[in-house]
Design a protein. Sequence first.
Length: 107
Amino acid sequence: MPIIIFIRPDRRAERIEAEPGESVMMAAIRHGVDEIVAECGGNAMCATCHVYVDDRWIGRLAAVSDEEDALLDGTASARQPGSRLSCQIKITPELDGLVLRLPERQI
C-alpha cells in the first residue's frame, strides 16, 4: 500500500498507509489525522481538508480543477503554491511516499 507522510504544524511526521483509489482526505480521516477536518465529507465544498504538497511532489498530481482553485482562495490558512484540497488527491501507487504539510488551522 502507498505511504503518505503528513508533516504536522509542530513538524512531527506521521506515516500512514493509503488504499489505491481513495482520496488523501479519506486516508487521513481513517487514520485519525486530526488536522484534516473534512466538514463536507470530501465533496469539494468547504476547503477544510487543505494541505501543502511538498515541492518534489506537486508536479506528479493531477491539475487543480477550477472548483478546487476557487475553494483554495478561501482557506483558513494562507494559500501557497503547493496548496491542494486533500479530497481531490486520489492515491495511486506512483504517489507512494507523498509528503504533505498540514496547515496551522482549517477553520
